[in-house]
Design a protein around this ligand. Structure first.
Ligand SMILES: Cc1cc2nc3c(=O)[nH]c(=O)nc-3n(C[C@H](O)[C@H](O)[C@H](O)COP(=O)(O)O)c2cc1C
Length: 130
């Protein structure tokens, strides 16, 4: 899903995309848009993601106004992308795209296309606000 989102964003001329599995809170400030892919386990987000936002809050990392979006695979409840979107919106005052893009278990081709569209839509939004 993340690769498809990145491909969609890269299809827009002038957009630079970095795809990382892990990041540091300080690194987040380098980006105009932050798109996070996360699966749901035990009705929650992964512990390293929780830690990332906890540390970002503790260190007063300023993400205000940055564009945010989330996506992820799930089995039956799919809270994690919603929880992160709420944190982006309410704690960090980011401009978020709602709702998150969810795939039930393995994403099918239609969902992969939606991932590409999400990346492209955000990249186009960035180009218009630049
Ligand atoms: C131990 C375990 C706990 C899970 N808990 C949840 C859950 O609370 N809610 C949910 O929607 N899916 C849950 N799932 C399903 C996963 O979100 C689903 O398999 C998803 O496709 C995993 O994505 P990944 O392969 O990218 O890790 C759970 C799966 C496992 C193995």
């Amino acid at each position: 899903m993340a690769k498809a989102v990145a491909d969609g964003a890269k299809s827009v001329q002038g957009i630079e995309v970095e795809l990382d599995y892990h990041t540091l809170p300080e690194t987040l400030v380098d980006f105009n848009a932050i798109l996070i892919g996360i699966p749901t386990y035990h009705h929650d987000m992964a512990i390293d993601m929780k830690k990332l936002f906890e540390e970002a809050a503790t260190k007063n990392i300023n993400l205000k106004g940055k564009i945010g979006a989330t996506f992820g695979s799930y089995g039956w409840s799919g809270e994690a992308p919603r929880l992160i979107l709420e944190i982006m919106k309410n704690k960090f005052e980011m401009q978020v795209t709602e709702p998150p893009l969810l795939a039930k278990y393995t994403p099918d081709q239609t969902t992969i296309e939606k991932c590409k569209e999400l990346g492209k839509k955000i990249a186009e939004k960035l180009m218009h606000t630049a």
